[in-house]
Design a protein around this ligand. Sequence first.
Ligand code: ATP
Length: 263
Amino acid sequence: MVTTYTIASGKGGTGKTTLSVNLGTILASYGRETYIMDADMGMANLGILLGLENVPVTLHEVLAGKAPVSEAIYEGPSGVKVVPSGISLQGFQNADPELLRDVMKEIVNQCDFLIIDAPAGISRDGVIPLAIADEVILVVNPELSSMVDALKTKILTELIGGHVMGAILNRATLENTEVSVHKIEEVLGVKVIGLVPEDPNVRRSAAYKTPIVVKYPSSPASIEIKKIAAKIAGVEYKASEVSEKSGEKFLDRLARSIFRSDK
Ligand SMILES: Nc1ncnc2c1ncn2[C@@H]1O[C@H](COP(=O)(O)OP(=O)(O)OP(=O)(O)O)[C@@H](O)[C@H]1O
């Protein structure tokens, strides 16, 4: 069974951390033992999104050989386990990304799912998460530049022996979408496994240091993230609330506009 997913993109700011935190939270809510690990060690913000920015031990200390991974595991919403990276530059400099594989192996032994939030770009610490995951999921924004960077990341992943499972189109809107799903699938050569709309509640929930799927579970982005998590877990997604069902009507319109054929 696939257990380790790296959420990557190439371009920065596409929504990797947001999706890692929220997918991890939903997978944990299914009662599956789920870990989220912040491999974006230079620009760590997974811990910040969950209010864990001041914890004493992080992945930095683990990768510097100063602490066992068991001391860097914290409990998040729905019982998801979180391994944050530290926010200090010194901590980043002391961390050896080569040890990431060993840390991952230790975690994989105790979980159903491990979600790795990868850094942007193709630095050494960015390449390792692409190689060690069972599957890489690319996060793409509806812009050509984002698609080009995702393509580079896909090529790199395959060069180093990794595998890309699919792409998530994040921050999709009805109005400004430079690329359709068809185009993304054609260019990247992978399936689009989800379409997450631009949603102001993503930022609002970040301000509350709470995943949107917890703070605003019926918001359009939450609904789509739940559908993606259901696909990953191999369970059927069921809209649970009336507001969730009405949110789906908007999402249907969005999907129709973005799935348009532009061959
Ligand atoms: N679907 C969305 N709707 C609205 N805002 C979003 C959405 N997804 C992400 N954002 C916002 O975009 C910004 C970048 O998101 P995030 O930090 O998750 O990206 P990232 O890819 O992890 O960034 P980095 O490459 O810097 O680590 C954040 O301010 C976040 O709130």
